[in-house]
Design a protein around this ligand. Structure first.
Ligand code: BDR
Ligand code: CA
Length: 314
């Protein structure tokens, strides 16, 4: 879906594939000018998330999108993974072949800085894993905050968490980095897990992907079936929540989500609340809003774009 001017928006995805990251990559390449992918620790270790990003590109026949490896651990504290949700490889459910594609030699931080510098005011930065790479890039080149056109983050929550009762996984995995993103002073949207958990691909959708007979869609069906089953066992959800693609689609279709200008702070000290995003929906603080927080998704529109995107590949 192009912009009003008929031009695709330029996009860099910083991610930790991850089942929902994989779908976000397919949506991103189909609807944006996807300039680069950078990888981080998160759903699995950095080697796995990088391999998974390359394997998804190869599966879909996507060429010319550089993948750069980033941070293997957070700024502070221990490293967490989500094997319990995404499996040992980070993308269990189908044995994807070892990709022939290789990551570029540059570090993710430098790719983020260079891509933003070369596309000043135009780049959409989608942050759909722990935000370590972004925080390090901001530290190395503070002008990044002026160069990026818009940042869209999947992470945090306007309510409860999924990693702890208070904290969402991406924010919990590197709270200091998440705080750096929230306070960088750039145009920032955040879609939290309280919203994205309700947007998913269900068993009927998975059958549609399979029935398409398309190579990519059939493999994605296997992957999402694994992920959905894990979700059902753990949380009772009957769909595969598509957290990460929810951060991208509203940039193409403004009717896909409503947002509220909100003051957001990230809890860095709490014994039980570390990584919590404290969203001031009631306007209790005198601090100015710093984030557009997603509140109401149009699930049908969002899932429609995801399904069409996946099926559009060979
Ligand atoms: C987030 O955590 C990861 O497991 C998903 O890929 C998503 O980015 C949801 O909390
Ligand atoms: Ca992710």
């Amino acid at each position: 879906m192009p912009t009003a001017e008929g031009q695709r928006r330029k996009l860099l995805i910083d991610c930790d594939p991850g089942h929902d990251d994989a779908v976000a990559i397919l949506v991103g390449h189909r609807h944006f000018d996807l300039l680069a992918i950078t990888t981080t620790h998160g759903n699995s270790g950095l080697e796995n998330t990088t391999r998974n990003a390359l394997a998804v590109l190869e599966l879909a026949g996507i060429e010319g999108v550089p993948v750069a490896k980033g941070a293997a651990s957070p700024l502070v504290g221990r490293t967490y993974h989500a094997q319990h949700v995404h499996g040992k490889s980070g993308l269990d459910g189908h044995d994807l072949p070892e990709p022939a594609l290789q990551p570029v030699p540059e570090h993710a931080i430098d790719v983020i800085i260079e891509t933003a510098r070369a596309n000043q005011g135009e780049l959409v930065l989608a942050v759909i894993g722990p935000a370590t790479n972004i925080a390090l890039a901001l530290r190395k080149e503070p002008r990044l905050a002026e160069w990026v056109g818009e940042v869209t983050v999947m992470g945090g929550s306007g309510g409860w968490g999924n990693m702890t009762p208070a904290a969402e996984f991406n924010a919990f995995c590197d709270p200091e980095a998440f705080a750096a993103v929230v306070h960088a002073g750039w145009p920032l949207r955040m879609v939290g897990v309280d919203v994205t958990r309700t947007v998913g691909i269900d068993a009927a959708d998975i059958e549609i992907l399979r029935a398409s007979g398309k190579r990519t869609a059939v493999v994605i069906a296997d992957l999402l079936n694994f992920y959905m089953t894990r979700q059902t066992e753990r949380t009772g959800l009957t769909h595969a929540p598509m957290h990460d693609a929810c951060a991208l689609i509203p940039l193409l279709d403004p009717n896909a989500m409503t947002y509220r200008e909100t003051r957001v702070e990230v809890e860095l000290a709490g014994t039980f609340t570390r990584g919590m995003t404290v969203c001031d929906f009631r306007g209790s603080t005198i601090e100015s809003p710093n984030v557009r927080v997603a509140v109401t998704p149009d699930r049908q529109r969002l899932v429609g774009v995801m399904m069409d995107s996946v099926i559009s590949y060979p």
